[in-house]
Design a protein around this ligand. Structure first.
Ligand SMILES: [Zn+2]
Length: 317
């Protein structure tokens, strides 16, 4: 019997996706449910179990050897619990135990969603071939993850690389996390749009005040829109340069909605990086847009499950 598949779960505030994934990262079976994010914890868990039920009901399930979960955070990998900000019914929720029970006692690996996307970009995307990389998701929030020495570095709790909450403005605005001047408070999509509006940018006739609309305005040369992206780029560059100086990454991959802004973001980002990443060992640092699409969370969760399986085999477990 082939035992070459892993199950993957991608759990976010709006949807719960599941898949059976092979050793090349191909998705063979899919299942999905909306996240009942406003319901109590057990109701949310039932949606996860429905997704898992579709996977365990597949004729391919017998080939699955591990389960990988990428979840909205914070997660606690060592405790096997999750407390996603957008799912209030789950606080220190014992997700790993519940998933293991629903998956026939297969080993379960839990990581944060930013770490999962990093695993996907390293396996199949823009960070492929890079042994030391920072991958970021810049959208409603700012998350990330690290690859160090060729391996995903999830950290003890599974949150390592959460660059969105590094402070880059010591006396900056209060961040919802409780700190001040976080990268996310400056560079997330809603903050790019907020700053543009505060400084006099006005949306077009469609009334769209998203960061994508600000990006479109910046592309036509609107100076306030350009300035808001430049400020976001500066915050990202400061966070990336700090990370590179600490752990010697050679590439930073940027995904998420804001990462799709193209040159409006990447041109000022490269300029700001040259101002902040100044030491000889970080000057070669490059930035690149993410390559993985909407399946990044699933593919990354699968990568984490495969890595766990490989580690277990190496340890003779
Ligand atoms: Zn913060």
């Amino acid at each position: 019997m082939h035992t070459d598949l892993v199950a993957a779960l991608d759990i976010g505030g709006t949807k719960i996706a599941g898949a059976l994934v092979d050793g090349q990262g191909r998705i063979l079976v899919r299942a999905q449910r909306p996240t009942p994010a406003r319901e109590d914890g057990d109701t949310v868990m039932r949606a996860v179990e429905q997704v898992l039920g579709e996977l365990t009901g597949s004729p391919l399930w017998g080939r699955a050897t591990a389960v990988g979960i990428g979840s909205a955070g914070p997660v606690d990998r060592s405790a096997g619990t999750v407390s996603p900000v957008n799912v209030p019914g789950w606080r220190d929720y014992p997700l790993v135990g519940r998933v293991r029970a629903a998956a026939g006692d297969l080993p379960v690996e839990l990581i944060g969603d930013g770490v999962a996307i990093t695993a996907a970009e390293h396996w199949q995307g823009a960070a492929r071939g890079h042994d030391n990389a920072l991958c970021m998701v810049v959208s409603t929030g700012v998350g990330g993850g690290l690859v160090l020495g060729g391996r995903l570095h999830a950290g003890p709790t599974g949150n390592a690389g959460h660059i969105g909450h590094i402070s880059v403005d010591l006396d900056g605005d209060l961040c919802p996390c409780g700190s001040h001047g976080c990268v996310e408070r400056i560079a997330s999509g809603p903050n790019i749009a907020r700053r543009a509006l505060e400084n006099g940018w006005r949306p077009g006739p469609d009334g769209d005040t998203s960061a994508a609309a600000v990006a479109a305005a910046a592309r036509t040369g609107d100076p306030v829109a350009v300035a808001s992206f430049e400020r976001a780029a500066q915050a990202l560059a400061a966070g990336i340069a700090a990370t590179a100086t600490l752990v010697e990454i050679d590439i930073a991959v940027i995904g998420g909605g804001v990462g799709k802004a193209g040159d409006v973001l990447f041109a000022p980002l490269r300029k700001a990086l040259s101002a902040y990443a100044t030491l000889s060992f970080v000057r070669h640092l490059t930035v690149a847009p993410a390559q993985m699409g909407t399946d990044a969370g699933l593919v990354g969760a699968a990568a984490a499950a495969l890595a766990r399986r490989t580690d277990a085999a190496a340890a003779g477990v």
